[in-house]
Design a protein around this ligand. Structure first.
Ligand code: SAM
Length: 208
């Protein structure tokens, strides 16, 4: 991992993803989470303040030690206990059917093998448990999509392998989870930001 990826990227993510608008999205994606929640790409822990009271614990999967340190204040303040349950969403060191819910925000873009991570989510979720996701990905408009493909190599270099062109809905459906709610829309911003802001917000259930 480069110095930039190790030290700068987690801090840029922290600055860029903690606005009031982002907190509103976090509250929406976290609504309905229950019990023991596995969170892929815990980052700086920005979802902690958006958790509903039905969440009893968080199993944080996070490879970056810098992000984990940045999350310390939030973990200390949180009413919900957080354990660092692993470093890689692609290989979860957790028993089958051991989680009630799973959460992924702005992370399926970055995990190198997102299919493998989703297979792991399916494995560790109990039947009837749900993955809640809020992710950015491929836009439906040809002109935006062209820019996403052009910008992706730079994006990946600056942001730890973050892709702009993943079809999040297809990835989730392909894992065997059944999507029961999904919204696809650009987050409000300047038009020039559209390649980064096509969002998929939804919930997908592990069939019983
Ligand atoms: C853009 S950040 C999002 C952080 C947080 N989820 C949020 O919403 O603010 C992407 C996160 O995914 C983490 N990540 C990268 N590769 C990963 C992997 N293989 N497994 C789990 N998390 C990973 C990064 O370290 C980073 O914290």
């Amino acid at each position: 991992m480069s110095w930039w990826t190790t030290h700068v990227t987690p801090r840029l993510v922290e600055v860029g993803s903690t606005s009031d608008a982002m907190l509103a999205y976090r509250r929406r994606v976290c609504a309905g989470l229950t019990g023991r929640v596995v969170e892929l790409g815990f980052g700086g822990g920005a979802n902690l303040e958006a958790l509903p009271p039905e969440v009893t614990s968080i199993v944080a999967i996070e490879p970056s030690d810098v992000a984990w340190q940045l999350s310390e204040k939030r973990r200390t303040r949180s009413a919900v206990p957080v354990e660092r349950g692993g470093l890689d969403g692609q290989r979860l060191d957790l028993p089958d059917e051991s989680a009630d819910s799973a959460l992924s925000t702005l992370t399926l873009c970055t995990i190198p093998d997102a299919e493998a991570a989703l297979r792991e989510v399916v494995r560790v979720l109990r039947p009837g448990g749900a993955l809640h996701f809020f992710e950015h990905g491929l836009a439906p408009d040809a002109d935006v999509e062209r820019w996403q493909h052009r910008l992706e190599p730079m994006q990946m270099r600056l942001f730890d392998g973050c892709h702009l062109t993943r079809r999040i809905d297809q990835l989730v459906e392909g894992s065997g989870l059944a999507i029961d709610t999904i919204e696809r829309a650009y987050a409000p911003s300047l038009g020039v930001m559209r390649p980064w802001l096509y969002a998929y917000l939804g919930r997908a259930v592990r069939p019983a």
